[in-house]
Design a binder for this molecule. Structure first.
Ligand SMILES: NC(=O)c1ccc[n+]([C@@H]2O[C@H](COP(=O)([O-])OP(=O)(O)OC[C@H]3O[C@@H](n4cnc5c(N)ncnc54)[C@H](OP(=O)(O)O)[C@@H]3O)[C@@H](O)[C@H]2O)c1
Length: 312
């Protein structure tokens, strides 16, 4: 089969489209014929070698962990899916990913794809929307009527986070640059902050939760200034000293998204109810995986990037 993989860590040139073996499945796995694969920043971070000393991966490694496709084969212990089901999933980061014609994946993290969405739109969802879900609700404990500040509302994670927080009845304050104001307001933000021209500390009345979907500029530590005692601070990238948060009676967590079928099913339901929309920044054929990484590494994307393996 064709796959976009790395044989060495490094720059974009290391991502090559080549022939490789179709994976074999274990008893608890399914084989997905991949129609589309979502592209996320972690893909280029892993490609560049950011995690190479953790021993998590072995090379060659097929990148990409978001997938949408059709079940081609099921393991002997699999009861929840059948051949031909149209599904989507976040695959485990430690194994080969979805920039490929086939993916072997544990059946219990695979969910039927939203009926009305294309495979490309479905593949854009799992990693970014699960990150938003787990950050806002599982760890951030966000409830109806509470106030949340979301840093970076124009990217993949933030564009889902705004819609999920609004669907849950929260009041949403969102940062983005001026050029993306119209887009993030269309997602439902109640208050917009132009992060390039304003310091959020001076603009925001106290919130119950800060969800930082961006690093740099000391954003995570600075966010403590706007969180109520008893509130939560979730960071997706930078770490801060937990003591700083504890001193202010804030629960701080550096989140790592996890595959989770129950969470993904709730997200799928909201998509099917029309309460959450998918916004694609760009679509690339598998053969142009390098261009997709170039776009992702620009850090200027609005919504999600997807690799199309089979045209919808
Ligand atoms: N820990 C985890 O489990 C996990 C999971 C998913 C993602 N992440 C991390 O979370 C971050 C967001 O992921 P993503 O997929 O949403 O990224 P993304 O789609 O690449 O984000 C791109 C967006 O970031 C905006 N942006 C850049 N700097 C900003 C700033 N200082 N304030 C506000 N917006 C800013 C850009 O808007 P402008 O062009 O207007 O600047 C652009 O629209 C990444 O660092 C990613 O690695 C972590």
């Amino acid at each position: 089969m064709k796959a976009a993989l790395i044989e060495n860590y490094g720059d974009i040139q290391q991502l090559i489209v080549t022939e490789t073996q179709i994976p074999t499945i274990a008893a608890d796995q399914v084989l997905i014929k991949v129609h589309a694969a979502g592209v996320n920043p972690v893909d280029f971070y892993i490609r560049s070698g950011m995690f190479k000393d953790t021993g998590t991966h072995s090379l060659p490694l097929t990148l990409g962990w978001d997938t949408a496709g059709t079940i081609e084969q099921i393991g002997e212990r699999v009861t929840e899916h059948k051949v031909g089901d149209q599904v989507f999933a976040l695959a485990p980061f430690a194994k080969n990913g979805s920039y490929a014609e086939y993916l072997a994946i544990e059946a219990d993290i695979v969910v039927s794809k939203p009926k009305h969405l294309s495979f490309a739109e479905s593949a854009a969802v799992p990693l970014a929307a699960l990150t938003a879900w787990q950050g806002l609700f599982t760890e951030g404990k966000l409830k109806a009527g509470q106030r949340v500040l979301i840093h970076n509302t124009s990217g993949g994670v933030g564009s889902f986070a705004v819609q999920l927080a609004k669907a849950a009845g929260a009041y949403v304050i969102g940062t983005a640059s001026k050029k993306n104001r119209e887009f993030v307001e269309s997602l439902g933000v109640d208050e917009f902050i132009d992060y390039q021209n304003n310091k959020f500390e001076g603009e925001v009345a106290p919130v119950d939760l800060v969800f930082a979907a961006v690093g740099g500029d000391d954003i995570v530590a600075r966010s403590l200034a706007v969180i109520k005692a008893g509130g939560h601070l979730i960071s997706l990238f930078d770490e801060i000293d937990e003591v700083l948060a504890t001193e202010q009676q804030v629960t701080y967590q550096r989140l790592w998204v996890q595959p989770n079928a129950a969470d993904l099913t709730q997200i799928k339901d909201l998509l099917e109810q029309g309460k959450v929309q998918v916004h694609l920044d760009s679509l690339f054929p598998l053969a142009d995986a390098q261009l997709a990484h170039q776009r992702s590494e620009s850090k200027r994307t609005v919504g999600k990037i997807v690799l199309q393996v089979i045209a919808d």
